[in-house]
Ligand binder design. Structure first.
Ligand SMILES: [Zn+2]
Length: 431
């Protein structure tokens, strides 16, 4: 017999882009963890269900972080006076090379998984390093903590230090073994094909990865037009391609399940190619400012009908908190608004909240918002520690939490229809 669970509280979600739906003192009814419906009054048929009353607290969808580099977690907040290519050489590659040590990987990744849950992120698309064993450790730690989504073993066979470079054959062989192993071992964390970026991957490797993606029906993630020097470098490496996106497209790595990080310098034609192919743009506002890459014109991409989601891009980004990324996306869009003589409208709270919740969920084939038939992914937010305010509307309270709050305002987390236990997910030891 199925189990009926009912959550009561101030429900806020973003079922459409640009508008929040609020059910003050509403009910979410779950049947075996799956959303049966949202109600202002509890229907009679569910009156015997088990009610968890969150009283005045807010119940919102949990966050999706669609671009983060797990092995860069130890360098969070460091080296940010450098720009991308120098930053990769001096900080990132040195840090990532340490993940040949699986014990080290275990220590770092258990902490990372706990900290993601603490911050209310229950869906991810994450980069690992090129190490197969450490990648499996990362998948294991995420799955144990209750997080769902994708993890990619990174591929790199050129333009990187000796201790962080595979031969082409080795890279493809290791990737196949990793795919097979991870498909067998994990339920909620799946493999995603992950060429680091064009400068790190030879044509032969790209070609092999395109074939693996097709053979196993896997999604793809990589970087696109993040930084001016990077874009120029790609032009030198691929004189046959007019634009960066073509270096992925010609190997079948630029389709409707592809996540492309950044797209700061994507031209009109590059954006049109993304739209045509159904590629998803991952906007990483914190990272783009920290390593001074530039500011993506999210409003233009949205107006052109592109799929846009948000990412922390740690450790270019310096925080795992998607609250910081949501407000970061708003702030950088306000910079664009000012610099375009107020012609390019900035993102509203409702819009940015949608990108961090509903848009990410849509990439995984669910949502938007608390959609009937989806397993519950939710957070219970408590703003009682904030000063009393006359503005008691739940949507205004959510805005204040997004700007002022952190993990201390997150009282409960639900993932895949289950309430995560702090002890089990490692939350308590996360910091
Ligand atoms: Zn990245």
């Amino acid at each position: 017999m199925s189990k009926i669970e009912i959550l009561k509280g101030n429900i806020i979600h973003a079922p459409v882009f640009g508008a929040l739906e609020v059910l003050a003192d509403g009910y979410i009814v779950l049947k075996d963890g799956v959303i049966e419906g949202l109600f202002r009054e509890l229907p009679e048929e569910f009156s015997a269900g088990d009610v968890t009353d969150y009283a005045d607290k807010l119940i919102v969808p949990s966050f999706s972080d669609m671009h983060l580099h797990a092995p860069q977690y130890p360098q969070l907040g460091m080296g940010l006076d450098l720009q991308l290519l120098e930053w990769l050489q001096k900080y990132t590659f040195v840090t990532e090379a340490r993940f040949s040590d699986t014990e080290y990987a275990k220590r770092v990744y258990s902490k990372l998984a706990g900290n993601l849950v603490m911050n209310g992120t229950t869906r991810v698309s994450a980069y690992s390093s090129l190490h197969r064993e450490a990648t499996l450790v990362l998948m294991d730690e995420l799955e144990k903590s209750g997080i769902t989504g994708y993890v990619g073993k990174v591929n790199m066979d050129r333009n990187s230090p000796d201790n962080l470079r595979e031969t082409t054959e080795e890279s493809l062989r290791e990737t196949r073994i990793w795919i097979e192993e991870s498909l067998k071992r994990f339920k909620n964390i799946k493999p995603i094909i992950t060429p680091r970026f064009t400068p790190s991957c030879s044509n032969k490797l790209m070609e092999g990865l395109g074939k693996l993606a097709a053979e196993y029906g896997l999604p793809v993630q990589s970087h696109l037009s993040e930084n001016v020097d990077e874009v120029n470098w790609v032009k030198e490496l691929h004189p046959d391609c007019e634009e960066y996106w073509q270096t992925y497209d010609k190997y079948g790595l630029f389709g409707s399940r592809t996540l492309m990080g950044h797209c700061v310098y994507s031209s009109k034609t590059e954006r049109a190619a993304m739209k045509r192919n159904g590629v998803w743009v991952v906007h990483n506002p914190d990272s783009n400012i920290n390593i001074a890459s530039g500011v993506a014109s999210v409003r233009i991409m949205l107006n052109e009908g592109l799929n846009v989601v948000l990412g922390s891009d740690i450790a270019g980004g310096a925080s795992l908190s998607m609250m910081r990324i949501i407000t970061g996306a708003i702030k950088t869009s306000k910079r664009n608004w000012l610099l375009t003589d107020k012609k390019e409208p900035f993102l509203t709270v409702a819009e940015a909240f949608y990108l961090a919740t509903s848009a990410g969920a849509r990439y995984f084939g669910v949502g938007p918002g608390f959609a009937k038939g989806d397993k519950l992914h939710a957070l219970v937010l408590d703003d009682s520690a904030f000063p009393e305010t006359l503005h008691s509307d739940p949507a205004q309270r959510l805005e204040r939490i997004l700007y002022m709050g952190d993990d201390r305002q997150i009282k409960e987390r639900y993932s895949e229809g289950v309430r995560l236990q702090a002890e089990e997910c490692g939350c308590k030891s996360a910091l």
